[in-house]
Design a protein around this ligand. Sequence first.
Ligand SMILES: Nc1ncnc2c1ncn2[C@@H]1O[C@H](COP(=O)(O)OP(=O)(O)OP(=O)(O)O)[C@@H](O)[C@H]1O
Ligand SMILES: [Mg+2]
Length: 397
Amino acid sequence: MSVFVAGSEAVRELLKINGIPTTETLEKSKAVVASTSWYSRFGGRDKEELFRKALGLPGVLVIDAPTDWETIAVFKEKGFRVCGLSSVCWEAWRLTEGELPVSPVRFEVPAQPANNTFEPSGSIENKPEEKEENGRIEPYISPLFNQDTLLLASFSTKGGVGKTALASNLGAYFAMQGRSTAVVDFDLEGNLAEVLGLLEQVDRYPNTDNWREYGKELPRRLVAHSAGFRLLPSGRNGRLTDEDAEEILSRLSREYEVIVVDFGTNPFAPHARMALSMAHRAFLLTIPEQGYMETLIKRFLSAHRDWVESGKAVLVVNKVTPASYYRPEHVAEMGGFKVWKEIPEDPAFEAAKRAGKTVLQMKKADSREWICAVAEEAAGRRQRGSSLLDRLVRGRG
Ligand SMILES: Nc1ncnc2c1ncn2[C@@H]1O[C@H](COP(=O)(O)OP(=O)(O)OP(=O)(O)O)[C@@H](O)[C@H]1O
Ligand SMILES: [Mg+2]
């Protein structure tokens, strides 16, 4: 079933590009996408008749040209949702949910094996199951995800390097800046809720097991943390598909300006792959020890040079001490990073954990400015996924 477009060419083109069938025959459609530029040109008997009929269908008004409140009120009164160009595809899809192909561009798990050329000199334990989980993670622009939302990832191929600590502190940073922020625990054996002192709330609020039960309410029902962000903790079943991940993040993107995702040690699990491929920025954590960096290069970086070069991947060298085996700049050099950040070892992390808080909430924390520098990196040099949308919007302004 197609969507009737009473809108500009740009809107029609956007819907088409994202695989949403459109029609110019009102009778054949079950939903309407109208645009303010179309409405402002509106006139004549036929159009008036068309307009009357169109307003009887479920629809969405996309603001693609300057408009006034009266116009918006006309549409709202008829139950139309109002959105901008960046989210019109998502809204159109929602109107016809379940009946339209969402996008011709589906995420596919790349063929094995990865093209790993790095030969580590040190000893690395290669667990048997890890050997198969490899390959390239292609960047993916989801048509469902609201590209006005900043999606950040905190990940590594190693445990205990500070992924969870960074995720919660990035969440705290953006929440303290007044941004509506959600932190998502995609480490399905993860302990984010516990670290944040919210373990008892896991079953009473949405989590990665029960999220579907909340339907459209999901974003608004997330449990709140004292740092100001909302949390989607991991449940206990430990299973999510790539499509689940895309849907969870897309739903949250309707409500939140910033989403930070925490990962487990396997970035190649289907849901993790999806979230990482969608992320605008991916913070790759390591500690300044030889084995850690070698595992990272072997398991991830050798297949993702372009992530490094484009700035999508930013290295974070954590738990740096004067006694560290490597200096952070050497670690960055090993990974080929021009952009990298460091965070010193700081007892405030343990103190924060005991208090169910983030480090940024602690009165005394030597690592504060270093954590903030990572967050500023995320905020300032954002990779916009939807350059097409940007161009369309700018082209009209
Ligand atoms: N810069 C730091 N200084 C001191 N302690 C730190 C620092 N960063 C993290 N930690 C501590 O190190 C431990 C591991 O950190 P965290 O749980 O964030 O790592 P992780 O990579 O998420 O681990 P996992 O793989 O188990 O999920 C935690 O106790 C945390 O408080
Ligand atoms: Mg963790």
